[in-house]
Design a protein around this ligand. Structure first.
Ligand SMILES: Cc1cc2nc3c(=O)[nH]c(=O)nc-3n(C[C@H](O)[C@H](O)[C@H](O)COP(=O)(O)OP(=O)(O)OC[C@H]3O[C@@H](n4cnc5c(N)ncnc54)[C@H](O)[C@@H]3O)c2cc1C
Length: 449
């Protein structure tokens, strides 16, 4: 076998599939290692399923990227379990590994006393949205959640609004069903819970629903729902107005409560069950959140959903700097150039490290999410922008990575032998389109519209 440039991409979603397609177009042989059956990442599990058209469009783009002669897709294979970084780089001699495995670990809420209620009294955002997107699938085997009326959401970013909406939609759908009124949560998202109740001549009080409340450590005007890298004072004022407008719409249409300037400071337990949280008031001083001593107050609740951000999962062999990967260069995504390890997309999560001017894929998706909440999102241009940004990011990595000497023929052969062995173990025959046809998401037809 001839010597060849080989690139291993870990994670096949938006960032990974763009990098894979570009590397293949530049003549490399690309191996995409994906932990799941499908490579749709946060599109399938993080973008709420009421965005059916956007999700379907993204599925199509990822498929179009990965269905390529020189891309070998390896599903159901998790880096760190079925194969390690050391095996790839040392045993197989792979010169370039691109980590595009996203940010799937929820930031810890920081209330250790709450941890014992994990899975019932305490739910984290990533698991909740994944459940919401999948739980109607009769083949779903993941965790199931019994949502509690009066739940608290802790957060303040765009994802926390989705989480609050999910809770509200589910709670109201359940209360309506108890009255014999069957509504689809996705249809209710489109029309608004307020309209659905109006149609049936009902109020939240009549239904007996407390709903959920979002607790945020700052004010509504400070929520990171609409951002700008370097806003003028006028722009800053407009941003604050937009944030309040986005929040108020969610409160009005989905009956979500909001409690600003409050941080969770303690846990109330009664009879071994979660009974509530203690909050402390805050104020903002010079941009920083300051807790006000003696301002504690109790809130009764049986359930807390934490939505305070997602981080990349630690992987054996990947250096960490506190909670995030220790990138040597946040602009090029370089983790370790000698070993040929780079990162792309959501793995580049790290506060304040990325130059705003770089317009990383992460920043673009964030802006798109803002427009999605502000309902100014055009699907076609949104999707194009996100992929364009992912390509820009991948371009820099590939320029660096493909300058490596190619892999020796014998090494390529040994790596391909591993790929074929893995294919056999997971039942994949190398035909991407046929595999995806046989493993469509449960709501594929719904998404098609
Ligand atoms: C227009 C638009 C709007 C969006 N809006 C939102 C939004 O509001 N909310 C939201 O959550 N997302 C949203 N997204 C989706 C998501 O945030 C983006 O797609 C983002 O670009 C992340 O992509 P990624 O490829 O870096 O990560 P991910 O989509 O997370 O993909 C990572 C992939 O790596 C795989 N993986 C993880 N660990 C391993 C491992 N150890 N071994 C092998 N495989 C692994 C995962 O299974 C996954 O397929 C939006 C995307 C678009 C295009």
């Amino acid at each position: 076998m001839e010597a060849r440039q080989v690139v291993v991409v870990v994670g096949g979603a938006v960032a990974g599939s763009e990098a894979a397609a570009m590397a293949a177009d530049r003549g490399a042989l690309v191996i995409v290692i994906e932990q799941n059956t499908r490579p749709y990442g946060k599109i399938e599990d993080g973008l709420p399923r009421w965005h059916a058209a956007l999700r379907r469009k993204e599925y199509g783009r990822i498929d179009a990227n990965l269905d390529h002669r020189d891309i070998l897709f390896v599903p159901k294979t998790r880096l760190g379990e079925e194969v390690t970084l050391d095996e790839l780089t040392q045993e197989h001699g792979v010169g370039t590994v691109i980590l595009a495995n996203g940010a799937w670990r929820d930031r810890h809420l920081g209330l250790p006393a709450l941890d014992r209620f994990a899975g019932a009294g305490l739910i984290y955002q990533n698991a909740l949205v994944r459940w919401f997107n999948h739980h109607l699938d009769p083949t779903w085997t993941g965790p199931c959640y019994a949502l509690r009326d009066g739940a608290i959401v802790i957060g303040g970013g765009l994802a926390s609004l989705d989480v609050a909406k999910i809770l509200s939609l589910e709670l109201y759908a359940r209360a309506l069903a108890a009255r014999g009124i069957v509504v689809d949560t996705v249809e209710m998202e489109h029309s608004g819970i307020d309209k659905v109740l109006e149609e049936h001549g009902l109020t939240p009080e009549e239904l007996g629903v407390r709903g959920c409340t979002l607790f945020y450590r700052r004010s509504a005007e400070e929520m990171p729902l609409a951002t700008d890298a370097d806003p003028s004072p006028e722009r800053q004022a407009r941003l604050a107005k937009t944030r309040v407008k986005i929040l108020e719409k969610v409160m009005r249409r989905y009956f979500v409560g909001f409690e600003p300037n409050a941080v969770a400071a303690g846990v109330l337990v009664e009879d071994e069950r979660l009974a509530g949280l203690v909050f402390r008031r805050t104020r903002t001083e010079d941009g920083r959140v300051v807790e006000i001593p003696g301002s504690e107050f109790e809130v009764r609740t049986e359930q807390v959903v934490s939505s305070i951000g997602s981080l990349p999962e630690p992987l054996p062999g990947v250096p960490m700097q506190r909670d995030v990967y220790a990138f040597r260069d946040w602009d090029t995504g370089e983790l370790d150039a000698e070993r040929g390890i780079f990162g792309l997309g959501n793995v580049l999560t790290g506060r304040g490290n990325i130059k705003e001017s770089r317009q990383s894929a992460r920043d673009v998706v964030r802006q798109l999410a803002e427009r999605r909440h502000a309902e100014t999102l055009e699907i076609d241009s949104a999707s194009e922008e996100a992929h364009e940004a992912a390509r820009r990011e991948a371009q820099a990595v590939l320029d660096h990575a493909l300058a490596h000497p190619p892999m020796a023929g014998a090494q390529v052969e040994s790596l391909l032998a591993w790929v074929h062995k893995r294919w056999q173990e997971v039942g994949y025959d190398g035909n991407y389109a046929a595999w995806m046809d046989a493993h469509r998401p449960w709501d594929w037809d719904i998404a098609e519209g």
